[in-house]
Every structure is written in C-alpha cells, then in structure tokens.
Design a protein around this ligand. Structure first.
Ligand code: SF4
Length: 363
C-alpha cells in the first residue's frame, strides 16, 4: 500500500471546505404542536465556515451540545445538510448512499470517540482490516498482498509485531490499542482527510498523548488533513495548527492554535480556558464551563437572539441581545478573529462610557 498520491500533493492544499454549513433537525410535534403552523427545529449548526488543508490539523473546540460532532457528521456526509455547501477540492459534493458514499468515504474518513463501539466484538482485527482493504480495493490480488497490506496498516499505527494483534478480538486489546486499530481501518481507504471526533476522550489519561502523537505523525508522513474535535482546549494547543471555537451551533473564534489558546479574544473562549486551568495537561478533566458559574448552554430550539452567548456573557452590551456579531479581525496575529461586538469600535463607543463592557473591550 502506498500513499503516492498523498505524498505528491503540496502541503497546505485545500482538501475539504464547509461554506455556510447549516443543519437544523426537525423536532417531532407534540399533540399541542399538531395544531400549530410552526415546525420547531434544533439549530445544531448555523452558517459555519471551515477549511481543512493537507498536512494540517484544525481543532474544533466547544462544550457538549455546541454542534461540533454534528459538524463532523455533516462533513462525513452521514447527515444531509439543511443549507450551505461542502466542497471537496473545490467541487460541491452531495453524496447519496451506496457507491457514491463509498467513493467519498475513501477520501474522507471518520474516527469515532468510542473505539469499542466502532469495532464489532465478534470479529477479529484481521477481519475488520481485511474488510476495509477490500471495500476500498487495496487488498491486492493474492493472499501475500493482503497479508503485506495488513502488516503495513498495523505498522503505521505502531501495533507491532502485527502477528500479535491480527487474530485478536477487540475485547482482548486495551482502549488505546483499539483506537489504533480504528485509525488503521480508516487508513485502509488511503484517505486525504480524517475527521476525528473526540478520538482520545474515552481513553485512559496515560495513553491519550500516545494516540495524539500517532495522529500527528500520520498527518506529517501521509500529508493528511485532520479535523480534531475536542472539548479540551489544552490538547488543541498541543496538537492543532489552527483552532476554531464553537458555541451553540456557531463559530465564535478562530486563528492559529497558539494565539487562540494563549490570547483568547472571545469571552466564551476565555471561559473554556479558565475551565482547563493547566494548559500543559492533556487530561480533559478540568472543571466544566458550567462549573465556572456562568450558566448552561441555551436551547437550540429557540436560540437567543443576537449573540447566542449573551445570556451567559459577563461582558454583554445592549447590542449583543439583538444583533448577531460579525466575524471581526483581532489584529494581534494574522487570521485571528472573533465574532464579538467587543471588537467593534463603533459598538463599544456607543455603549455607556465606563461600563464593564467598555472596559472589557480593551482586555
Ligand atoms: Fe459577550 Fe456581546 Fe461578545 Fe457576545 S457579542 S460574547 S454577548 S460581548
């Protein structure tokens, strides 16, 4: 198995883009709702823009219910979108089940949070990997070809010697080894992009770093574009080139990981960082944002008007309750932006002089 196609492609080349991606899940009508004209919907993802490039990791950070896992499933085409566009190498993609989906999945693979649930417990590792190789036509034409491809896959995820793992069942492996098998199965497709949905959050703290290092190594060796979904902003700093912060279905901040994690601009990002007090720790067990005493995420059936964070925001101004904040360049580093009125000079100037919000703008 080779990755000639991947190795030749220039690093930084755009692989996958979300443009104004939107997903609303219709809510089943209650008896009273049957007489209402209005069909409610969960606004899980609204107008999200995101770009994945070869040889780079983008971290998508947010608390539970922020819409980040829905984003991964939309990009994997496991859910149909309500609006917006998904482009693979600049071309709009609408994938139907069947052969079209398999062709797309060969280029864009997903890694799930729970490796135990994603591997069938009654089948061996050999079965899982052989099946993936055959589906994607990388099993070769002879038994030797297949054996060599299996060894290559396990070698890529550092499960060596391969003979020790091939005929084991998932329950005979540790959590970290299972996740490595799940990653190897994704690699069997020779993808260009990996969508990793909380890939280490169910693993023991002591082995998380090893799996993240493996993904980083694969990114470099195979020139992969990786979306890393996490609630742990400390690990985003360690692992990702770029970090995007999502709140209640909308992107609120983005930029290079060092800037976003060391000089966060949006009040929600600051709150996330405060809830993970040790940035060098990769535990993901810091206090939750709710623990910081700023309330809970809003209902996504009736999201707040204006800035969705305003009911929890200690810096909220009058305009925040009515107008959706635009994406504003911060200016401290190239590409660093926040969707927050605090960075709009005209808005801050219009607010009452001396208010907490106005003072906060200069933080
Ligand atoms: Fe807070 Fe207003 Fe900024 Fe939203 S726009 S984060 S409410 S200051």
């Amino acid at each position: 198995m080779t990755s000639t196609q991947d190795a030749k492609a220039p690093a930084g080349e755009v692989v996958l883009e979300a443009i104004g991606l939107t997903k609303h899940f219709p809510v089943r009508r209650t008896l009273r709702g049957l007489f209402s004209q209005q069909q409610n919907a969960v606004h899980a993802v609204d107008d999200v823009h995101l770009t994945l490039r070869r040889g780079q990791v983008v971290a998508l950070v947010g608390e539970s219910g922020s819409g980040k896992s829905t984003m991964a499933r939309l990009l994997a085409q496991l859910y149909p979108r309500t609006g917006g566009d998904i482009r693979l190498h600049g071309k709009t993609t609408h994938v139907r089940p069947g052969r079209q989906f398999r062709t797309y999945a060969a280029r864009v693979q997903m890694i799930f949070q729970d490796p135990f649930a994603s591997l069938n417990p009654v089948h061996t590792i050999r079965y899982h990997l052989t099946r993936a190789l055959k589906i994607h036509h990388h099993a070769g034409s002879t038994a030797e070809d297949l054996e060599s491809a299996l060894h290559d896959l396990l070698g890529r995820v550092s499960l060596t010697p391969p003979e020790r793992y091939l005929d084991k069942f998932p329950h005979e492996l540790s959590g970290g080894q299972r996740q490595r098998v799940a990653i190897a199965r994704s690699l069997a497709a020779e993808p260009e992009a990996l969508l990793a949905d909380e890939p280490v959050s169910m693993l023991d703290v002591s082995i998380r770093l090893g799996v993240l290092n493996l993904l980083r190594d694969l990114k470099e060796r195979l020139n992969l574009a990786i979306l890393y979904i996490t609630h742990d902003i400390a690990s985003a700093r360690y692992f990702a080139d770029e970090t995007m912060v999502m709140y209640a279905g909308r992107m609120v901040e983005g930029g290079d990981s060092e800037t976003v994690t060391q000089s966060p601009a949006h009040p929600y990002t600051r709150l996330l960082i405060d809830s993970a007090p040790d940035p060098d720790r990769l535990t993901g067990v810091g206090g939750s944002v709710e623990d910081q005493g700023t309330g809970e995420p809003p209902s996504l059936i009736h999201p707040p008007a204006g800035c969705r964070f305003h009911p929890r925001c200690p810096m909220a101004m009058a305009r925040c309750t009515t107008d959706l904040p635009e994406k504003i360049e911060i200016g401290d580093a190239p590409g660093h932006w926040a969707a927050c009125w605090l960075f709009d000079e005209a808005t801050v100037a219009a607010e009452t002089p001396g208010s907490a919000a106005v003072k906060g703008a200069s933080v």
